[in-house]
Write a protein that binds this ligand. Structure first.
Ligand code: PMV
Length: 323
């Protein structure tokens, strides 16, 4: 009744933003991501008959806010197994939690994989992806490694809203250089921000209308192993997502001045012939994606930018695994 799983964070190159069904956590648009090797969550789940309620320890501390979401996800596993036993969940991230580094993606992917293993449920990776999605939309993608596509799906019950692997990490081993510009937790969580955006941004209909074409372009760029083409679509998708947030009422701005300085630096590197592009999730950190040979140059440049407090370099990694 106990298992531990490790799942890695992922970053979307074509972003998900907005929900078709908030209750089932079905995204309004598909997305496309890369799974990162060095950023992981390790989560132990123990079903313990003597417990009166679920407990969660996250990075060494009880976390009541996250516990609600964990319980909702574990309830789905309990339902499949036909049990009501409470769980003790202990999870640790080897990177800052809740700061726009996809800790909910790796965390929920590890949670459902460990929970299913603890209960000995025989469950397909696709079904695991659906379960992870209920915890966090981006977690559906962290079940898989390398390049991953998330389908928004069209069924009312969310049964066709899951991720699937597109290409193994080793087939095109890009590197990601992450500039940490703040270690603070983000002020507006992505679920709340998506709700405000969908309700108030005048650009939301255009976002919905252009997402499928963005995914198609990104898939062709990956097929051609074309960094410039993938970068053009990834930067466009990222800037569209942040433009949605900024054009909401009240406006949501995730960036700080170092975020913008990093964007400028990536564009300057590109003008100098370095094949690099940026993406930014719901936080101020900038992820620069490039080929292996350019990673040291990119890291050196980002490290020197005032306001950058740390630089993490990583390759692409595997999907969730039971430890
Ligand atoms: O998985 P969530 O619900 O925390 O939302 C993630 C949203 C973005 O990271 C900004 C975009 C994405 O596709 O991962």
């Amino acid at each position: 009744m106990r298992a531990t799983a490790r799942a890695r964070a992922n970053i979307a190159l074509v972003k998900y933003w907005g929900k078709a069904d908030a209750g089932l956590n079905v995204p309004a648009v598909g997305s496309l991501s890369i799974t990162l090797d060095s950023l992981h969550s390790e989560t132990s789940v123990e079903f313990e008959p003597t417990l009166e309620c679920d407990t969660l320890t996250l990075d060494g501390q009880a976390d009541a806010a996250a516990l609600e979401r964990v319980t909702a996800c574990v309830d789905l596993l309990r339902e499949s197994a036909g049990i009501a036993t409470r769980v003790r969940v202990v999870s640790r991230n080897n990177f800052p939690t809740g700061a726009g580094l996809a800790s909910s993606a790796s965390g929920f992917a590890a949670l459902v994989a460990a929970g299913a293993a603890a209960l000995d449920l025989s469950i397909s990776p696709q079904a695991l992806s659906i379960l992870a999605r209920r915890g966090s939309g981006s977690a559906a993608r962290s079940i898989f490694g390398g390049y991953v596509e998330m389908h928004a799906g069209s069924r009312d019950d969310g049964s066709d809203s899951f991720a699937e692997p597109l290409l193994e990490a080793a087939a095109w081993p890009l590197r990601v250089v992450i500039a940490i510009t703040s270690r603070d937790r983000k002020r507006v969580g992505s679920t709340a921000a998506m709700g405000v955006t969908a309700a108030t941004s005048p650009y939301y209909p255009a976002w919905l209308a252009t997402s499928a074409a963005d995914i198609d372009s990104a898939k062709s760029a990956i097929g051609d192993r074309n960094v410039a083409a993938l970068g053009a679509i990834a930067e466009s998708s990222c800037l569209k997502m942040h433009a949605l947030a900024m054009s909401s009422s009240p406006p949501i701005i995730y960036w700080n001045s170092a975020t913008i300085a990093c964007i400028d630096a990536v564009r300057a590197l590109r003008n100098d012939g370095v094949g690099v592009f940026f993406t930014i999730d719901a936080g101020p950190q900038v992820k620069a994606v490039c080929v292996t040979e350019d990673a040291a140059t990119v890291a050196d440049v980002l490290r020197e930018i005032p306001g950058v407090v740390d630089v993490i370099e990583t390759g692409l990694g595997a999907g969730v695994e039971i430890c």
